[in-house]
Design a protein around this ligand. Sequence first.
Ligand code: DC
Length: 259
Amino acid sequence: MTGSPLSYGPDDPRAATLVTLDGPAGVGKSTTARAVADALGYRYLDSGSLYRAVTLALLRAHVPNDRVDDLDAEALRGLGVAVRPGAETLELLLDGAVIPDAELRTPEVTALVSHVARLPAVRDWLFDAQQAAASQGRLVADGRDMGTVVFPQARTKVFLVADPRERARRRLRDHGVAEPTEAELAGETERLMARDAQDEARAVAPLRRAEDARELDTTHLSFAEQVAQVVAWARGEAAGEASGIREGAPEGSEGDGSV
Ligand code: DC
């Protein structure tokens, strides 16, 4: 992954107000990130929606699937996708009009987006938009490569994990299946694990925990508990910065954990 140089490093005070959440499918990154941003009064960046916006633009422009891999920066610029910082989130525009969230989540977009997200030209092109969103700090960003590639300078990095069966249970519940059968649960667990394997194996920006990320296992946590834990870590970083004391490397990272 190339991309422009980082606008500021981990010692900059703004890095103390950058929070990244990465993790596998179905672990609850977006809902957690949104609630954390709300609690902290920071802006929220849903990086997956950027990949979805590019995918929607390709579909609207009727670019044939077999031509998608040939797109370069100029062709991507020509698609008319723009990112505009709003008060709480980033607005995504296509040809000057805000894209409704529902249009980013249609089955057509969902079917093509993981292919589009693998293209280095697309990732490079979106890198700058994501970095620009963090130019003032005070951002919570969720995705697959937030802590590793896009915001390596962030001081609060969280890698969310949960038991695959529990993730499958939550996903089925979100789709209205409150009491799944064993076969439904097993099938959904298998699909999630296959997606995890794909995301971890891909050549460009694979899903992996940043060395300095804190791992949060949410298998036995309530939603409120997982939000509270991330908020506490983020407040600790921001308060440490304000008092001139930097927090030490998080437990389980390569550092010695000293404060
Ligand atoms: O989180 P989501 O389902 O909206 O993500 C859409 C797609 O984009 C999915 O295939 C994963 C990919 N993605 C990515 O490669 N890197 C990110 N930072 C965020 C999402």
